[in-house]
Write a protein that binds this ligand. Structure first.
Ligand code: PBG
Length: 326
């Protein structure tokens, strides 16, 4: 026997002791469940690159939400899929009062008044260019985009959204949106800013779901370079100063260091988006029998919490809720 003052294994010797010393916890109330909606009735279309995830029509999403809320999930993030014919250069469908997305928000809120509804602010699902901002002469123009986002934000607030999620990465949009909302009396509508949103390959399956891939070029003039972290601090600083209620990092897994830095530097809640490609990777491996999908999922979610995220947007919300409930 060797003499050791410290034997860290003592704190791992039984399940009860391991639980006693566990530093990070994960709860169903930490989850925001992203869901996809499309026009029509009786639709539930599986997304090829996201097994187990669907695009619903309003009637089927209301049924699905019964199951979702019964699992204890209390927040969703709703994304619309628009037919190509409804798209234009100015994303004008996004703020038409009778558009299906806004009507769905109102209908869901009516049926599930306690459910937190987060919405997405960006032009891409409605844009014939497939970009988050307005395209002029092949370039994304910042300030004109923000005015369109303002109309979108007001329309979503009126429809009943609780949290707006600007995912567009234009400069100055948080301050502009806060001002537009406040002027119209929407002082209670929260803003969760996609502060550090990286130009990532991991959004591929999401763009399949929304059929919203850019028609030309890429998103690198507005989304961030994966090589940068100081820039994330600047983006977060601006969003914080402009009035964001929560700051988000996206994607999550390749950016755990960014989550940690934001959590250390800002005294508002940090969220992380466990994006479509991160979901697809685990699903693909699990379906091939190459790893234990449930364990990998729980490990990933816990790691995002450990890095410093208070809440997690994740397509795993339902499956993780089932496990956490046991
Ligand atoms: C678009 C938006 C994207 C996601 C959320 N909002 C994709 C993009 O920027 O192209 C990605 C979510 C995911 O991959 O799960 N404004």
């Amino acid at each position: 026997m060797i003499y050791l003052t410290r034997r860290p294994r003592r704190n791992r010797k039984s399940s009860a002791i391991r639980d006693l010393v566990q530093e990070t916890t994960l709860q169903v109330s930490d989850f925001i469940f992203p869901m996809f909606i499309q026009e029509g009735t009786n639709q539930k279309v599986e997304i090829k690159s996201m097994p187990g995830m669907y695009r619903f029509s309003l009637d089927t999403i209301l049924e699905e939400l019964k199951e979702v809320t019964d699992l204890g999930i209390r927040a969703i993030d709703l994304f619309p899929n628009y037919a190509e014919a409804k798209k234009d250069k100015y994303a004008s469908e996004s703020y038409k009062e009778d558009t299906f997305y806004l009507k769905a928000i109102t209908a869901i809120k009516e049926k599930f008044p306690e459910l937190v509804i987060m919405t997405d602010i960006a032009m891409d699902p409605y844009s014939s260019d497939g970009h988050d901002g307005l395209v002029e002469n092949g370039e994304i123009v910042n300030d004109a985009t923000i005015e369109i986002l303002g109309k979108m934000a007001l329309a979503q607030a009126k429809a009943g959204a609780d949290i707006l999620g600007p995912s567009d990465m234009m400069d100055g949009r948080i301050g502009y949106l806060r001002d537009v909302l406040d002027r119209e009396g929407h002082t209670n509508i929260s803003i969760m800013s996609y502060s550090a949103k990286y130009a990532s390959a991991f959004y591929g399956p999401f763009r399949d779901a929304l059929e919203s891939a850019p028609k030309f070029g890429d998103k690198k003039t507005y989304q961030m370079n994966p090589a940068n972290s100081r820039e994330a601090l600047l983006e977060a600083q601006l969003d914080f100063t402009e009035g964001a209620d929560m700051l988000m990092v996206k994607p999550a897994l390749s950016y755990l260091d960014i989550i940690r830095q934001l959590d250390e530097n800002f005294d508002i809640p940090i969220a992380a988006y466990n994006v479509s490609g991160e979901y697809a990777m685990i699903k693909a491996a699990a379906l091939n029998g190459w790893l234990d999908g449930d364990r990998a999922m729980m490990e990933v979610l816990m790691s995002i919490r450990r890095a410093g995220a208070k809440c997690i947007l994740t397509y795993f919300a339902k499956e993780a809720a089932v496990i956490l409930d046991k």
